[in-house]
Write a protein that binds this ligand. Sequence first.
Ligand code: ATP
Ligand code: MG
Length: 312
Amino acid sequence: MIKAKDLVKDFGLRRAVNGVSFEVEKGTVLGFLGPNGAGKTTTIRMVAGFLPPTEGSILVKGIDVARDPVAAQKSIGYMPETTPLYEDMTVSGFLRFLAEVRGFRGTERNNRVDYAIERCFLQPVRNQTVDTLSKGYRQRTCLAQTLLHDPDILLLDEPTEGLDPNQKQVVREMIKEMAAERVVMLSTHVLEEVEAICTRAIIISAGKVVADDTPAALKERSSKYNAVTLSAEGKEIVPTLEKLPNIGKVQSLENGKIVAFPKTGKSIAADILGAAQRHKWKVSDIKVDEGRLDDVFRQITTTEDTKKKEVA
Ligand SMILES: Nc1ncnc2c1ncn2[C@@H]1O[C@H](COP(=O)(O)OP(=O)(O)OP(=O)(O)O)[C@@H](O)[C@H]1O
Ligand SMILES: [Mg+2]
């Protein structure tokens, strides 16, 4: 559905995107992650056909986006970082207007507007003017306009930015539903969103792809993956654990708990419980860490430069 190859975008002397390649198949919800200024918006705008790449190519359903953006855009619904909304139009008036821009007239136009309103649960505000909408409804109106021409590909730039937790949840559910028969590519800073709705995550940093995997596989790269936190009473617990072959570092926390990290990311819970039995420790609590995406994000995107700044 989307084939991006060796994308480069220069703004003057600044290289915002530096050799980004990816392919996306139907049914994928691709999360695009990265620090501020990493190049997410720039990449999405190039895929959407609103920004020509300096180098590289993008095919959308086989159509070269740079060569024929209008044809490619027939298959694309794009929600920019900030969607321009016409403040004095009503929600349905705004959607009707955009449906007409897309070339729909009469019953066809009305059906498409009704469909978008229904899918984004905008019925309660359909006759309200845009300037009176709450942020959640504004965001959903932006999302609704992407659906008017029933595109196969949705490109959503930070679709849940600035929403309260309930609204975030509502919008995520809507995206999940839309994804069933489409490709969705969304950018976000909310890592729990990636875990909740994305089937794949690409992390970009300083214009380059630094990771491309499922959220679950990414979490396994966390230094805390399979670490075991334990509350136990007994003799020589820390030195004994340190001697176990699969265990690397062992830390005693201020609250009396002990954390053991695996050497190679392997499961070490059974080894620890075995040792506890042999040495007759009284274990009152044991927890295995499943890894955290925010740790991985930090591990991967913290450059030498930012590390130095943090130290300073
Ligand atoms: N039109 C432009 N002219 C000049 N520089 C630009 C332009 N658009 C983006 N940039 C620069 O390109 C780099 C990438 O920006 P981009 O907006 O793609 O980042 P982003 O990953 O979307 O960041 P954020 O998470 O803050 O939205 C930044 O350094 C930005 O300042
Ligand atoms: Mg952005």
